[in-house]
Design a protein around this ligand. Structure first.
Ligand SMILES: [Zn+2]
Length: 132
């Protein structure tokens, strides 16, 4: 998948701001290209789980449609664990086309990875950074 570098920077910034809680948000783009992210409230307010506020999700859909784009995925942070889907992340995923970006703050350097989750299988997507 392709993602703008400034979008990755914004996701990492959001993760750091909300640490020690998990942060979350929506990814806006087209196909497998992400051009924008929108922060959302994590209704679970938890260090190990997240739930995107449905109102924020709806707002992101409206915003995307107004620009001829779509919500192609979501991001969330793992403040203390690796950038891989947790068992809960896999269980709660219900759209095989949805892109899941996870940012880990477990190491000194943030790690960012992207996945599609098909049933019980997480498929890692190569991450191509787009300048702009
Ligand atoms: Zn997770």
């Amino acid at each position: 998948m392709h993602i703008r570098r400034d979008v990755v920077d914004a996701i990492v910034e959001h993760a750091r701001r909300d640490r020690p809680l998990e942060c979350c948000g929506l990814l806006i783009g087209i196909g497998d290209e992400v051009v924008e992210c929108r922060a959302a409230r994590n209704l679970k307010e938890s260090p190990v789980a997240y739930l995107v506020d449905p109102g924020d999700h709806f707002e992101a859909i409206r915003r995307a449609r107004a620009r001829g784009l779509a919500v192609v995925g979501a991001y969330h942070s793992h403040p203390r664990s690796m950038a891989e889907p947790s068992a809960t992340d896999i269980r709660e995923a219900n759209d095989a086309d949805f892109i899941h970006v996870i940012v880990s703050l477990a190491d000194a350097e943030p790690q960012v990875a992207a996945f599609r989750i098909d049933g019980s299988r997480a498929i890692r997507l190569p991450l191509a950074l787009v300048e702009g």
